[in-house]
Design a protein around this ligand. Structure first.
Ligand code: MN
Length: 350
């Protein structure tokens, strides 16, 4: 199907019937920040790269459940699964403080979103990987006591110093993966800026460091580390979610494996990487509302592992929903991707 045809298909439908809205959608990369704690990291970075009016609108939505509900109602979204915005506790250098803040943020989002509007919000737990055992306890508390549906981690974790970073495939984090599997909940691996030691490549182009490019490059590599590590051989039931159409991996993974086939072993994995991707990885549409990219992704993925998300408040829910509700898909696929796959994965009681 050519892009011209796809565009025409959507335009014809909209012209004939008006824009359609799929009711009951669920979105699971939707961010909050408590007014009690600045989670967005170094404000210099955000103010340097973002236009002022844009970032002011983002900030007001980060704090307001009521504003989010109005957005959801207007766009046929039933449930937002909330997460602490990046870099969150992954940038808290003091371990004790990171553990404490994670717990406080989880209680805050529970009280201000989930408990107040239980039919509209759930949440992913913030966890402090600076102390993996504490992260296990926090995850168990959030899942069992607060009813949260998994964890969201903003990439690598800084510990002690901004130059010391730890990735989720490293052995100290294996107990946390075991806890995820024991509780049968997924981990959403969310982006953050590339590590300080990697930022030379972005010098002179501050706008590329964040969500425009650096987020995806950093997170795709982090996900590939996980695929290579052997983690998914040891824990075949582990569930990983990637946003932004899988951070490009549905496009790039076939070539990656093609080259690895000629190389010496890279990590401890036993199977070709695409096998883990098919079995252990779910992806969302967050922040990537482009029809050819989406259709390519669907062609390379099990459609039961693709889920609608928007990435609010950094993205407009109006734009995300209008695109998704009218992208050329069968209505049964739209319903699965827009709603049912998330219910199945997160075991939502809807
Ligand atoms: Mn996001």
């Amino acid at each position: 199907m050519s892009e011209t045809f796809r565009t025409q298909f959507t335009q014809d439908y909209v012209a004939q019937y008006g824009p359609r809205i799929l009711p009951g959608k669920i979105a699971l990369e939707e961010h909050y920040e408590s007014p009690d704690w600045e989670a967005t990291g170094d404000p210099q970075n955000e103010t340097a790269r973002n236009q002022e009016a844009y970032f002011e609108a983002v900030k007001s939505r980060l704090h307001s459940a009521e504003q989010r509900i109005a957005d959801m109602d207007r766009n046929g979204v039933e449930v937002f699964v909330m997460s602490l915005t990046q870099p969150g506790v992954q940038e808290v250098l003091d371990t004790g403080e990171a553990v404490k803040i994670a717990h406080e943020m989880n209680l805050w989002v529970y009280e201000n979103y989930v408990q107040r509007y239980p039919t509209r919000f759930n949440a992913f737990a913030a966890v402090a990987m600076q102390d993996p055992e504490a992260a296990c306890r926090e995850l168990e508390f959030c899942v069992k006591e607060l009813g949260f549906c998994g964890a969201l981690i903003n990439g690598y974790t800084m510990k002690g110093s901004k130059d010391h970073v730890e990735y989720l495939d490293e052995p100290q984090n294996l107990p946390f993966w075991k806890k995820l599997v024991e509780l049968d909940v997924p981990l959403y691996l969310h982006p953050r800026d590339p590590a300080p030691s990697q930022q030379r490549a972005y010098a002179g182009y501050p706008g590329l460091l964040g969500s425009a490019w650096g987020f995806g490059a950093e997170t795709a590599l982090h996900a590939v580390r996980l695929l290579c590590s052997g983690l998914f051989d040891e824990l075949p039931g582990a569930k990983l979610i990637l946003g932004h159409l899988g951070e490009g991996l549905p496009f790039s993974l076939p070539r990656l494996q093609h080259r690895l086939n000629n190389q010496k072993p890279c990590g401890a994995h036993k199977r070709p990487l695409p096998e883990y991707f098919e079995r252990n990885v779910w992806i969302t549409t967050s922040g990537h509302f482009n029809t050819p990219s989406f259709l390519h992704t669907l062609a390379g993925c099990d459609s039961s592992k693709v889920m609608f998300s928007s990435d609010t408040p950094y993205e407009s829910l109006d734009e995300a929903a209008l695109w998704f509700d009218n992208v050329p898909l069968s209505q049964s696929d739209r319903l699965r991707i827009g709603r049912q796959n998330a219910i199945d994965l997160l075991k939502l009681d809807l």
